[in-house]
Design a protein. Structure first.
Lengths: 310, 455
């Protein structure tokens, strides 16, 4: 071996030593997070899965705990109440995701253009996002008061004899909750879209204008493709958020009237803290987890077709 | 080289300190508490046995509870009660106690009622008291009567108080409408409606009646008639016409007779359980625990005076009221069974004598004088309204009143008690027919019962 190749070898060894050292340091730095993740997230998730395979019930002694395989899962697919709750979760999601994403984009486009009191409007639109859920529930209860709330008063003055019962109506409660949730969360979507819109190069619009493109063509062929990574991120976030609707429903209607606003999240709560069936409740939570995972994976795979990262 | 080493050491130290800090955040408190536990346990073994009494933060702050603990600790030999404060109130408190007991946390005794005692007993987190009573030569039946609640033939709670539904009425509104005050002997639901109609003045937003959206209000008359929520075969009995009659009665008061806010107004206006204290309602039927609002002039400042009467009867001459017993049970995790039993027995027999506890004794062998004296401290707190001990006794302790449990107790009870008002709301708000509502309640209750049985 000549001197040059020896030097190269030494240099490579030194490099791999550095690399190894760097890797070790990297692992050391992520260690606190990894420990926390394992203890507080991974372990409970595994424990939950194990629990879903048992008959655990608060109303029976732990010594009666039995491993029952997939019985909870079989039961929940035959349980009309759970299946109806699942249907409502989908309905919630189907309304929530497109409305919040489109509305967020629309508001961002408006804020991005030169309008009067832009800063104040942006702040006002973002305010509900950081507001307390209980306060929001009280305000909306007053606004949607069936007897003499402002919305129904306006509807009555326009000739509507039987205005909707909103949160009290069996058929109106779910869409009403979704709209309140959209109102609360749209600020974040707007701000995220605003950042994306401001990153679209001006020159592209100028070039398109010179080529004679109209506003809609510019929006469709320049804006939409260039903000597609943001749209992708927001759609995934919206789908996940739409299934995590426990807080808003519990505060506004507790799943009622009847079971009209009982979604999967509420059903899991009821199974665990009303019926005390922890094993069954965990099986429902697992089903919800798998469904969200499937949707996210489909989105992830499908992104190549419409998300533009260039 | 040295710098590199120093960097490495610093990185390792930083990582280690973060990990230790992270872990100690979880474990430090436990080490501290177990240390304290060890000290207190060694002290306890030298002195009196310390009994852990599971109590909510709100109850722990009440004067009556403080008096009770102080008084019992003064009188007790061989044990001392110490509070084990569990966060949360009512249902939250029950859930946390249940989880703690199931996890094996040591507690000696706790306050229960007809509803919660059944849940705890089913979960095996409280002990049957019959053998302990026998060992202490205490006859449960001769003290509390043969009707004391038993679960699978065993007694799990020694009652220290009874809560009985009564009628609260606003004397000013009765006077204004020239309606005589309710008379216990003739006080029926028909009379209640008749008086409520006379008092109601829609223009001034005055209603003769006020009812809540709680499960009991949808089922008043069925329960008063003693109709069981279960059939002999164990399925639900909600197809018995008595249940639909009581559901209809509640809805009609608001929708047809218009003597109280209808359910839509109640829900959308977010009317509160203590709405009667606004002075806009003529009558309010509720448990005797609500008497505390009459004595609370600070929260409810008012000029008008209130009176009380028995719960309206379904049929004249058949006095019947909804009630719930409260008492003490021994936790299965206790290490001091005997001392815990002594404390529970002592409380059941004597707590009502301790000032400000608000307890109404559930003992059958009380003399008339004792009954009157039991009501005396309560009546003193109601002096503004001029409610006497005799009136309280007539409404709460009269042996003529047939007491019926206000809650559905049995298989699937938590689900059933929860679904009655939820389904009832759909009917009372005109979105479902009565037949549909009762069918829905029956189907869902049957499922809850079957789920509970098959667990």
């Amino acid at each position: 071996m000549n001197l040059a190749s020896k030097t190269v070898l030494q240099h490579r060894k030194k490099l791999s030593g550095y690399k190894l050292q760097e890797q070790r340091m990297g692992y050391l730095f992520i260690l606190p997070f990894a420990v926390g993740f394992l203890i507080f997230q991974a372990a409970p998730a595994v424990f939950s899965f194990v629990l879903s395979l048992t008959n655990m019930h608060f109303m029976s002694n732990v010594s009666n705990l039995k491993f029952i395989g997939l019985q909870n899962f079989v039961e929940l697919f035959h349980d009309g109440e759970v299946m109806r709750a699942l249907g409502r979760s989908f309905l919630y999601s189907v309304i929530y995701v497109p409305v919040i994403v489109l509305f967020g984009l629309l508001l961002a486009a408006l804020i991005n253009s030169r309008i009067y009191a832009r800063g104040a409007i942006r702040t006002a639109l973002f305010m509900p996002y950081i507001s307390n859920m209980v306060a929001i529930a009280i305000v909306w209860s007053v606004i949607l008061d069936y007897r003499d709330g402002p919305i129904n008063n306006i509807l009555r003055s326009c000739g509507c004899k039987n205005p909707p019962m909103w949160l009290m109506g069996e058929h109106t409660v779910l869409p009403t909750i979704v709209l309140i949730a959209v109102w609360q969360g749209v600020g974040l979507y707007m701000v995220t879209y605003l950042a994306a819109l401001q990153n679209v190069p001006r020159e592209l619009y100028e070039a398109a204008t010179l080529d004679g493109a109209g506003a809609f063509q510019k929006f469709r062929n320049i804006t939409v493709p260039l903000i597609s990574p943001t749209t992708f991120f927001l759609v995934i976030t919206a789908i996940i958020n739409s299934f995590q609707n426990f807080g808003i429903i519990q505060v506004l209607t507790q799943g009622g009237p009847g079971e009209a606003s009982t979604t999967m999240a509420i059903s899991v709560y009821k199974a665990s803290f009303v019926q005390y069936r922890m094993g069954y409740a965990t099986a429902q939570a697992m089903l919800l987890f798998v469904l969200i995972l499937i949707f996210t994976m489909i989105q992830w795979k499908g992104q190549k077709r419409w998300v533009n990262y260039e | 080289m040295e710098r590199k080493l120093l960097k490495k050491v610093l990185a390792v130290l930083l990582t280690a300190s973060m990990s230790v800090g992270f872990a100690s955040g979880c474990s430090g408190k436990q080490e501290g508490s177990s240390g304290t536990k060890a000290v207190s346990e060694s002290q306890a073994s030298e002195q009196k046995v310390k009994l852990k009494y599971a109590i909510s933060a709100k109850n722990a702050s009440e004067t009556g509870q403080k008096n009770m603990i102080a008084e019992i600790n003064k009188q007790a030999k061989g044990f001392e009660i110490e509070e084990d404060v569990i966060p949360g109130e009512v249902a939250d408190f029950d859930q946390k106690v249940m989880v703690s007991l199931m996890a094996g946390d040591e507690m000696d005794f706790l306050y229960t009622n007809d509803n919660t005692v059944a849940k705890y007993a089913k979960a095996d987190v409280i002990l049957p008291l019959d053998d302990l009573a026998k060992a202490h030569s205490f006859n449960i039946n001769s003290n509390f009567g043969d009707t004391i609640r038993k679960i699978n033939g065993k007694t799990y709670m020694l009652p220290c108080t009874r809560d009985v539904h009564i009628t609260f009425y606003n004397k000013s509104l009765f006077d204004k409408a020239h309606v005589p005050y309710p008379d216990n002997s003739t006080w029926t639901w028909d009379k209640y409606v008749e008086d409520a109609k006379k008092i109601t003045n829609a223009k001034e937003e005055i209603y003769g009646s006020y009812m809540l959206d709680w499960d009991t209000y949808f089922t008043f008359s069925a329960k008063q008639k003693g109709v069981s929520a279960y059939k002999a075969d164990g399925t639900s009995n909600f197809d018995d016409p008595a249940w639909s009659e009581s559901m209809k009665f509640f809805a009609d008061l608001g929708n047809v007779l218009k003597v109280q806010p209808d359910i839509v107004t109640y829900e959308t206006k977010k009317l509160q359980w203590d709405g009667f204290m606004t002075g806009k309602y003529g009558m309010f039927v509720c448990g005797s625990w609500a008497l505390s609002m009459l004595s609370d002039q600070k929260t409810y400042p008012r000029k008008w005076k209130a009176g009380i009467a028995v719960m309206p009867m379904v049929e004249s001459g058949k006095e019947s009221s909804l009630s719930i017993m409260g008492g003490y049970s021994i936790c299965s995790t206790t290490k001091h069974k005997d001392e815990a039993y002594k404390a529970v027995q002592m409380l059941a027999l004597n707590e009502w004598k301790i000032p400000n506890t608000g307890r109404v004794p559930d003992l059958v062998n009380l003399s008339d004088k004792e009954k009157l004296s039991a009501m005396k401290s309560l009546s003193e707190s109601l002096s503004f309204d001029g409610i006497t001990a005799q009136q309280l006794e007539n409404c709460i302790l009269s042996p003529k009143i047939n007491l019926v449990c206000e809650k559905v107790v049995g298989n699937g009870m938590t689900t059933i008690n929860d679904l009655i008002p939820k389904e009832g709301q759909l009917y009372a708000s005109g979105q479902r027919t009565l037949a549909q509502t009762m069918k829905e309640i029956k189907t869902k209750s049957d499922k809850a019962i079957s789920d509970d049985k098959n667990k």
